[in-house]
Design a protein around this ligand. Structure first.
Ligand code: PLP
Length: 453
């Protein structure tokens, strides 16, 4: 591998691609978060822990498609599983039940304490959306609660208070819902309760105030994938939700397979009522899954009110509607099973965790040496760099971070060959090597020298 910063990079092909993209795609990006100034970098090839852009520049990749690629790009065992599935099954999709659906569900139920039964979706968003409908159907209560700063997918019900302005959001101990987008129906603002993460006293006060109307509290056990709930907070949330009859949804779209094989719920020793999975589960293909306690998941059972006379459809007053042409896609499940197989091989997960720790420690050492306040925060194989000396426990604490310095460092890192989308967290894979770590640490040192002048 070339040494960090040994090349001066041109990004002309990316600039040209962006000009072309902007004409036919709003902002030139297929998701708003993919944009950054002056223009995003267009990738053309990848393998393992490496990305190659349209100009042929290479990068150590810590975006990993927002954490999905736990075995890096194009892992041979996943490629092989996908090809084998298509050859063995003779199709990419049956559109009927098939055994891979059972096999994966059995594995998930054995790994995740909160799962007795599973339904598949095509994204993490769909899994959390389905979770909300199940919770509403099960409890009959109209509102949902979520934490300030937590992301559950880009839809109307939950696109509130993810990155709110403090002025609009009010007191830290009693945050108000702030829309994350234009175009959100006001209706949902009246149906969402916002809570302060890692503040049990305030969370309890607000939950008790609204207890009778809240169907569910949906949470990221690790905010943004890198700010962990404290154990005491997690225990408190479980105790309270149980007492108040509020279903606890753990959104493990990021943390699933990344804190441990059984997600954050295994690590914390907490059994949620419902669990949403995505990302890693698909081995790089689109997927989501909702799992939960049998009694709750039964609301999805189409046999409730099955009515042959109504054309074989379920009675909508008794069964919860869930659909999706591609749910339980055989190719996706084959990729997912190969992903889990490899994670279960001896030492694979442990090595990834150890490398993550090592990278975090070495990065902290570099910043210390350069006298720049920086600490890493994270859990399992995900972490982020916080340019501050202060504690980071929730969304409000992020305000103390020196974002401008972070932005300048990240811009330099792109020039030096380390790819995280600017300001984004770092996700590790099982294929990031010692050499990648050294390269990344060196690149940070060089980036710091540059920004410090
Ligand atoms: N929930 C969490 C915690 C996520 O991090 C994400 C995506 O980043 C989602 C839900 C939505 O998943 P998807 O992007 O697959 O729709």
């Amino acid at each position: 591998r070339q040494k960090a910063g040994s090349t001066s990079r041109t990004m002309q092909e990316s600039a040209d691609a962006y000009t072309r993209a902007e004409k036919v795609i709003p902002g030139g990006v297929t998701a708003n978060i993919k944009y950054f100034a002056p223009h995003p970098i267009f990738m053309k090839k990848a393998g393992g822990s490496t990305l190659y852009d349209a100009d042929g520049n290479r990068y150590v990749d810590y975006l990993l498609s927002y954490g999905a690629l736990i075995h890096g790009h194009g892992h041979p065992s996943i490629k092989e599983a996908v090809i084998r599935q298509m050859e063995e099954d003779g199709t990419t999709i049956y559109g009927t039940p098939h055994e891979r659906e059972i096999e994966m569900a059995e594995r998930l139920c054995s790994l995740y304490p909160g799962m007795d039964q599973v339904r598949y979706t095509n994204s993490g968003l769909e899994a959390t959306l389905l979770a909300l409908r199940v919770a509403k159907a099960y409890t009959g209560r109209p509102k949902i609660a979520k934490f300030e700063g937590h992301y559950h997918g880009g839809y109307d019900q939950v696109l509130w208070s993810i990155n709110p302005d403090e002025q609009e959001a009010g007191e830290a101990a009693d945050p108000q819902p702030v829309p994350e987008s234009i175009g959100l129906p006001e209706y949902y603002q009246d149906h969402i309760i916002i809570l302060p993460f890692n503040d049990l006293e305030s969370t309890e006060r607000i939950l008790r105030r609204h207890a009778d109307e809240i169907s569910t509290l949906m949470m990221e056990p690790v905010q943004g994938g890198y700010i962990p709930a404290t154990q005491a907070f997690m225990d408190g949330v479980r105790r309270l939700t149980k007492e108040l009859g509020i279903l606890l949804i753990m959104d493990e779209v990021k943390t699933g397979f990344r804190l441990s094989l059984g997600g954050a719920q295994q690590t914390y020793g907490i059994t949620p009522d419902l669990t949403a999975l995505g990302k890693v589960l698909g081995g790089g293909f689109p997927v989501g899954a909702l799992g939960g306690a049998e009694e709750i998941m039964e609301v999805l059972n189409p046999k409730q009110g099955w009515d042959v006379m109504a054309g074989g459809s379920s009675n909508p007053t008794r069964a919860l509607f869930h659909s999706g042409t591609y749910n339980g896609h055989p190719t996706v499940l084959a990729a997912g099973m190969a992903t889990i197989d490899r994670l279960q091989q001896e030492a694979v997960m442990e090595n990834m965790m150890n490398r993550t720790k090592k990278l975090r420690r070495q990065l902290e050492d570099v910043y210390k040496k350069m006298h720049i306040p920086m600490k890493t925060v994270g859990a399992g194989s995900i972490f982020n760099l916080m340019f501050t000396d202060g504690d980071i426990r929730n969304y409000r604490d992020l305000k103390q971070v020196d974002m401008d310095l972070r932005r300048r460092v990240d811009e330099e890192l792109l020039q030096l060959g380390v790819y995280t989308k600017p300001m984004n967290r770092y996700s590790m894979s099982t294929v990031h090597s010692e050499e990648d770590i050294q390269f990344t640490v060196d690149a940070h040192e060089q980036a710091l020298r540059k920004v410090k002048g």
